[in-house]
Design a protein around this ligand. Structure first.
Ligand code: HEM
Length: 421
């Protein structure tokens, strides 16, 4: 036992459930029965190695707003995972806003909020509508003559990357070549990343660093109407933080732009494809949305609740932290299993029912509190435009084989085979 660990107080049954959740293929396909069992066995489960798992909605929601719980910061990584700085992909993630606490977090968040405004997202509506149509044209082409198409791969190539690329200001000809590296770099946050994946992610990070350093230099010379140019201008105007200003260093700017790009791709592909599968499994709900597209906003919340693209939020316990009403030792790693929280009957009646007319659904897919997702309004808008368009254009959309899942922190697919005629 290390000096940072919590004594295991719960049954071995709960530990066994967690192990299955992280390792079994069955759990990857359908984690929800295990989540329920864990919540019923030990809703605040203290496992070996100073890890604490939360499965109740109220506890997970409270975690996001608890000032005694900290991000997995650089100083924590130095204790928990010395050597992390040798991996450019880990550095890219850990040096972003996601893994910072105040005052650095507040400074960076203020800057990004000034560029990534609700107005800017609303102005994207027409562009997104056009990009949705283009992605659906591609699906129609590839699925012509009854051919089965991997809808996950198709969406990954066509839609969220195009939306986020347009918004940030990445030239269209570069989207395709940047997709794999950015996806690999973001997968470093997954559970059980092996050496092979890490090496690929490190190569990806080197490629992204070189690409974006160059793009930032271009935009500094010739600003355009895009987020990169805005962030540069906002950060420069706020002054060098090394000289007492409240702007960004060059490295912070680079990390921020790569994060904006990376955080918005696989997560949103997950939202669109999890929803696509939920509608195929519940044709009566698809009919409801087809008949009344004004249900789209609620439908997106229900997709996020029923099968969220993100399943966990992690925090590190500071001195005197409490979770689920119990004190936890400093340096414990606390996991809010948000996929479990979304099926908590105390919060959502009949939680296993997919019902797009459910009201007041407040999801944790985008976290909450200070780290609440910057891109949530963009991802929601994209999904609100996508689902009605998909269902009305392809009334005979059908599964062409069993879906194969991948990922735990961000839930996606190896294969989601569909036909459209
Ligand atoms: C369905 C799509 C998305 C999901 C489920 C999602 C989920 C999340 C979650 C869970 C967090 C916070 C993690 C934590 O509290 O530790 C987060 C933060 C963040 N997201 Fe998203 N995200 C999505 C789309 C996007 C998009 C489209 C963008 C940008 C274009 C974006 C940019 C960010 C950024 C910059 C942060 C860091 C915020 C901070 O730490 O203050 N996300 N996202």
């Amino acid at each position: 036992m290390t000096e940072h660990s919590v004594p295991a107080a719960d049954s071995s049954a709960a530990s066994d459930l967690v192990k299955q959740l992280f390792t079994s293929e069955e759990a990857r396909a359908d984690p929800y029965p295990l989540y329920r069992a864990l919540r019923e066995t030990a809703p605040v489960h203290r496992a070996e190695g100073g890890r604490v798992f939360l499965t109740r909605y109220a506890d997970c929601a409270a975690l996001t707003r608890n000032p005694a719980l900290l991000a997995q910061s650089e100083s924590w990584m130095d204790k928990a995972s010395p050597g992390w700085r040798q991996h450019p992909a880990v550095v890219q993630n850990i040096e972003t806003i996601l893994f910072k606490d105040p005052p650095e977090h507040s400074r960076l968040r203020r800057l990004v909020n000034r560029s990534f405004t609700p107005r800017r997202v609303a102005l994207m509506r027409e562009d997104i509508g056009r990009l949705v149509d283009r992605a659906l044209d591609r699906l129609a082409d590839e699925a012509a003559d009854g051919t089965a198409v991997n809808a996950y791969a198709l969406l990954a190539e066509t839609l969220p990357i195009a939306v986020v690329g347009t918004l940030i200001g990445i030239p269209e000809q570069d989207w395709k070549v940047l997709h794999d590296p950015v996806s690999e770099v973001m997968q470093v946050v997954e559970v059980g990343v092996g050496q092979d994946k890490l090496a690929r992610a490190d190569d990806g990070a080197r490629q992204l660093n070189a690409y974006f350093e160059d793009l930032i230099a271009q935009r500094r010379r010739e600003p355009r109407a895009d987020i990169i140019s805005d962030l540069i201008a906002t950060a420069d105007a706020a002054g060098d933080p090394g000289q007492g200003g409240s702007g960004m260093t060059e490295t912070e700017l680079l990390r921020m732009i790569i994060l904006l790009f990376g955080a918005g791709v696989d997560t949103t592909v997950g939202l669109l494809s999890n929803g696509l599968l939920a509608f195929l499994d519940h044709p009566e709900q698809a009919d409801l949305l087809r008949a009344d597209p004004s249900l789209a906003e609620g439908a997106v919340s229900e997709v996020l609740r029923y099968d969220s693209p993100t399943h966990v939020i992690v925090r590190i316990a500071g001195d005197g932290a409490e979770v689920g009403g119990e004190p936890v030792p400093q340096w414990s790693t606390v996991f809010a299993l948000t996929g479990a929280a979304h099926r908590d009957p105390e919060q959502f009646p009949d939680p296993d029912v997919f019902d797009i007319t459910r009201e007041g659904t407040s999801v944790l897919s985008f976290s909450g509190g200070a780290h609440y997702c910057v891109g949530a309004p963009l991802a929601r808008l994209e999904a609100e435009l996508f689902f009605p368009a998909l269902l009305s254009r392809f009334p005979r959309l059908a599964l062409a084989g069993p879906p194969v899942r991948r990922g735990f922190v961000v839930r996606g697919y190896e294969d989601l085979p569909v036909t459209v005629s």
